[in-house]
Design a binder for this molecule. Structure first.
Ligand code: SF4
Length: 376
């Protein structure tokens, strides 16, 4: 087991987080968790009531003391007297530098550590600290502490290191997701664990791609920020799959068509029949869905299908469709439709390149199977 290398911010190392800035960050994070305007309305009420009030005894409140200890304000939560002085110093210093009055600040601190009933039920630095969503992480002693570091990665073995040396392809799905979600290299192992859990719970990336961030964040260890990053990554994959083939690259085989359309078609709930318009060199021009829903010969109209091909001056045309069963074995209907389409293609002088049935993991090309006439 190697020794983990960690970066430590100078502020965190010296415990120099600015109290007023800390409380501003606390308040702004809480406001983002609260219902619109709820926190400010609440603070307005308590500011009025607590302007001269004593602050809460945070050093005696286990959750608040834990948060302040993690942050580095309290050096030892068990040394009560000293902790009391440290908390007082922190709150007064914040107040002197333009922060809220100590009594109000103490309510904010408690809310951050344990939630605030009726305002922000979710704690940020609670039992499971949401460090990825915490604006204090840069100055937080716990977050930057070597003691809390994950020490199980040998030097050079972290996903963020391996992606540099071995490339992204060498990483597992969970490691890739951890790279997208981990707030810092030191958090990668925890992120890998959380992502493994997430993928296991939902059975894979396909199911995950259907989820909203709020559903993704239900998995233990996955913060709201990480859930948003995962949802965004999933959407990027989808958009990539939907991008048309760059003009200039030709389809040379049934596999090319399968590779291009598999991600687009495989998760569709219904069967679609797509015409792919090509130029003289089989380069992509456009594609068009000719029919959606259960395929019947009457749903694919050769006249409609070829009208756009003529308008686009396509020199060739290919067809792809997805059987709902995921099994690409051609049916009698598929054979009939292909035959009719090929007859029309000969009539209008637009070469029919292929008909590819895109299955779950494989495909059938009518040309490669010898199921349609090809040019000699
Ligand atoms: S970074 Fe994590 S441990 Fe530190 S204060 Fe924020 S939530 Fe708590």
């Amino acid at each position: 087991m190697g020794k983990a290398v960690r970066k430590r911010t100078s502020e965190a190392a010296a415990g120099r987080a600015d109290p007023a800035a800390t409380l501003r960050a606390v308040q702004s994070r809480l406001a983002s968790l609260a219902e619109h305007g709820t926190l400010s309305a609440f603070l307005k009420r308590i500011r009025h009531r607590t302007s001269d009030a004593e602050p809460l005894s945070l050093h005696d409140d286990p959750e608040a003391a834990r948060f302040l200890h993690r942050l580095g304000v309290i050096s030892n939560p068990h040394a009560r007297k000293r902790a009391c002085g440290e908390v007082e110093g922190f709150l007064e210093s914040a107040s002197r530098s333009g922060g809220p009055a100590p009594a109000v600040a103490s309510v904010l601190v408690r809310a951050y550590a344990s939630g605030l009933y009726g305002v922000t039920p979710e704690a940020v630095c609670g039992d499971e600290p949401k460090c990825g969503d915490c604006p204090l992480s840069g100055n937080c002693r716990e977050f930057n502490s070597p003691r809390s570091a994950t020490l199980s990665y040998a030097p050079g073995e972290r996903p963020s290191e391996r992606v540099e040396t071995e490339g992204a392809r060498a990483l597992s799905v969970s490691e890739l997701m951890a790279l997208v979600t981990a707030a810092a290299p030191a958090k990668e192992e925890a992120a890998v664990e959380a992502c493994e859990r997430l993928v296991k719970e939902h059975g894979g990336l396909r199911a995950l791609s259907e989820l909203r961030p709020a559903d993704i964040a239900k998995t233990k260890g996955v913060s709201a920020r990480a859930a948003r990053a995962i949802a965004a990554a999933m959407e990027l994959i989808r958009r990539w799959a939907e991008e048309t083939r760059p003009t200039g690259r030709a389809f040379r085989s049934g596999r090319d068509l399968f590779e291009h359309y598999r991600l687009k078609l495989r998760d569709l709930k219904k069967e679609v029949f797509v015409a792919v318009l090509l130029d003289q060199k089989n380069r992509f021009l456009a594609d068009e869905v000719c029919s959606e829903g259960t395929l019947t010969s009457s749903l694919v109209h050769p006249r409609e299908v070829f009208r756009r091909a003529v308008r686009e001056s396509a020199a060739a045309i290919a067809f792809v469709h997805n059987p709902p069963s995921g099994d690409p074995t051609p049916s009698t209907l598929d054979l009939e439709i292909t035959e009719r389409l090929q007859a029309v293609s000969e009539l209008v002088g637009i070469r029919m390149l292929d008909h590819v049935i895109v299955g779950e993991t494989t495909y059938v090309s009518f040309v490669e199977r010898g199921l349609m006439k090809t040019e000699t």
